[in-house]
Design a binder for this molecule. Structure first.
Ligand code: HEM
Length: 346
């Protein structure tokens, strides 16, 4: 059933509220379709008639070099061979264990600043190998690019991000495009945000933390469930290049669509008790890293890193207690906890 109505309000999908999952409707104020049901979102992600656009894409023809995109995907997949992923995994486990061992667990530890940030920076350096020794400067520039991705409608952040990205570019001159400066930003910054969300979800489900501590073999399934529950991507955007039907929804040529990834991942028609974390959950299929034609080519890297960093954390600590109410950072692109101050409760 289709419903056309005006609805400009944005359901903020923060940790305290549950996302609304509703029939597809056309938001006349935003001038775009809003899809939030799992079946609708997955159909849209697989539709060849829907082109990937950015959040602020204006009307007009889109010129897409599909051959170049497919070539980029192939080149990146080859660069992220299983041999490379095994080496990344080994190094990440080593870095994560060393970092956790260096912390003083008798006092509060910030899982973001003290753990996720250094481990993700090491990962980014290993994978993208910049030709620059001033790691602090690279990290600062990457932070500026990431701030704009997190809040894509903030104009001031956008111009700073453009300059920072141009400054980063010369240090990442070889390899597939996604593993150059954008890969460095994704791994050193976005990954930190992702881990922040995932761990916040896990800390709020202490029984699931304990389960992973006692049964570490569940970690891959657990990470998939945490990506569903607390993945970073809130929305992705499309524009129709022809009249098309998407799971029974009639989309006209030129119309824009917002796909509410976060809501689709909590659709009760797809996931039972969707607002609970269960690392034992069967029937996965979360869409936090996209799906179909434009699915994230960095996904194997993201899964490897999330598994290594989370496994190492729950392996070391049977329980943690969050110390203070957390504050959130980011914007319409993604949001995550600014810090996660915890104490180990043994
Ligand atoms: C750090 C966390 C990351 C998250 C949450 C994430 C999420 C996503 C999502 C949701 C999409 C689909 C976009 C859409 O359908 O409109 C996507 C696409 C993509 N991602 Fe990632 N990603 C991450 C890291 C990375 C990394 C490290 C790389 C580098 C290898 C990467 C490369 C790409 C590329 C190139 C695409 C576009 C693919 C295409 O259009 O064919 N991502 N990502």
């Amino acid at each position: 059933m289709q419903e056309r109505r005006s609805a400009s309000e944005d359901d903020w999908l923060g940790a305290r509220s549950h996302p609304r999952v509703q029939p597809a409707y056309f938001d006349s104020k935003a001038d775009c379709w809003i899809l939030s049901r799992y079946a609708d979102v997955v159909a849209a992600l697989h539709s060849p008639e829907l082109l990937l656009v950015g959040p602020s894409h204006k009307k007009g023809e889109l010129i897409v070099d599909e051959d170049a995109r497919l070539g980029m995907r192939l080149e990146t997949r080859e660069a992220l061979s299983s041999k490379v992923l095994r080496s990344v995994r080994r190094q990440m486990f080593e870095d994560a264990r060393a970092q956790l061992a260096s912390l003083h667990w008798g006092q509060p530890v910030d899982l973001i600043k003290d753990y996720a940030e250094p481990v993700c920076l090491a990962l980014a350096l290993q994978v993208t190998q910049p030709s620059c020794n001033d790691i602090d400067s690279l990290n600062q520039l990457a932070r500026q690019v990431s701030a704009s991705s997190a809040d894509p409608f903030a104009l001031e952040l956008k111009s700073r991000s453009k300059a920072a990205s141009a400054a980063l570019c010369p240090y990442f001159a070889s390899g597939p495009m996604p593993l150059r400066e954008s890969g460095f930003v994704a791994l050193s910054q976005t990954m930190v945000h992702l881990l922040g969300n995932v761990w916040f979800g896990l800390i709020n489900h202490p029984e699931e933390w304990s389960r992973l501590h006692c049964q570490p073999a569940l970690i891959a399934r657990g990470v998939e469930e945490l990506l569903r529950f607390a993945g970073l991507t809130r929305f992705v955007y499309r524009r129709a290049q022809a009249d098309t039907m998407v799971n029974g929804i009639c989309i006209r040529h030129g119309e824009r669509l917002t796909l509410r990834i976060f809501a689709a991942n909590r659709d009760p028609d797809r996931f039972s008790n969707p607002n609970e974390v269960s690392v034992m959950r069967r029937g996965l299929g979360q869409v936090s890293l996209g799906a179909g034609r434009h699915a994230c080519v960095g996904a194997p890297l993201i899964r490897t890193a999330t598994v290594a960093a989370t496994y190492t954390l729950v392996e070391r600590l049977p329980k943690v207690r969050l110390l203070s109410p957390i504050s959130w950072r980011g914007g319409d692109g993604f949001r995550s906890p600014s810090s996660l101050p915890v104490v180990a409760s043994l």
